[in-house]
Design a protein around this ligand. Sequence first.
Ligand code: TPP
Ligand code: MG
Length: 338
Amino acid sequence: MAARKSTSRSKATKPKSSVSKDQLLDWYRDMLLIRRFEEKAGQLYGMGLIAGFCHLYIGQEAVVVGVQGALEEGDQVITGYRDHGHMLATGMEADGVMAELTGRAGGYSKGKGGSMHMFSRDKQFFGGHGIVGAQVPIGAGLAFADKYKENGKISATYFGDGAANQGQVYETFNMAKLWDLPVLFIIENNQYAMGTSVQRASSETHLYKRGISFGIPGEEVDGMDVVAVYEAAKKAADHARAGKGPYILEMKTYRYRGHSMSDPAKYRTRDEVNSYRDTKDPIELAKAKILDAGWADEDTLKGFDKEAKTIAAASADFAQDSPEPDPSELWTDVLVEG
Ligand SMILES: Cc1ncc(C[n+]2csc(CCOP(=O)(O)OP(=O)(O)O)c2C)c(N)n1
Ligand SMILES: [Mg+2]
């Protein structure tokens, strides 16, 4: 994760758990950083410092953090436009992400990409895509490169429940299985595509079954439970890395905020949102597991929260101190000569 040293990953101290104390504490901090970063981004948007689109990931943190726990250095990550959490999870710096959101020269795309268009070769993060479903064939292409190069790496390709109804997803499924590409298709089923519920838009609402006719195994996962996400992702990653081809993980999750920053939210009730916040919140669930195992006390966890808030606040300061791109930048990074 960005801007803090991760703790060492020692062996499990409690034999009953599939994850170690250090793993769970790391994930707790990683989820908190995403939450606090997104809250800060929401504030900056409200202050008029972020223009254009901005899709917050609040509520879905366990998905990207649990999957990232199962990835190895050099594996690639690609997603749609709800992407800030994915960037932070790959280890991209909060400063550079916030500066990009605010269109500043210190951003990952020098302030020219914004929320939906950021990349990091260093962290193997391939965007950030605004066209619904477009990242899916690209994600399979990354896996094709891995297979071609025989480098043992895999591609984590994320998309939403709405994107799962796009035609190019199924062309990709066919070729990914035909060539047994090492790709995890991670469907973040947050139950809505803008204002349309899965029930209204999908003839088969169990999205993990969408690979059956291609011979791709799929699994439904509690996407609010970071440990369940990690375990499923680990199994799927082992499958892909062993040369057995793609795997579909349907993460059942929920977004607390609107689709983007302007969303009348008439398609769901406040009670529905509150019931997720109150009973399924991924950060609270992880906290309960940590306290239950006796792996940290309340004060330590509060300290982690303070740390996350400090990083988020510092990224907002960094962004505001960073200049806007020079007009001459209009002519750079727009064409790569072949
Ligand atoms: C090809 C295409 N069609 C329509 C849109 C408009 N659009 C933007 S987001 C979105 C909903 C996608 O929902 P989902 O895949 O569930 O992702 P989520 O927003 O829930 O993360 C739509 C229809 C678009 N950007 N691209
Ligand atoms: Mg959705």
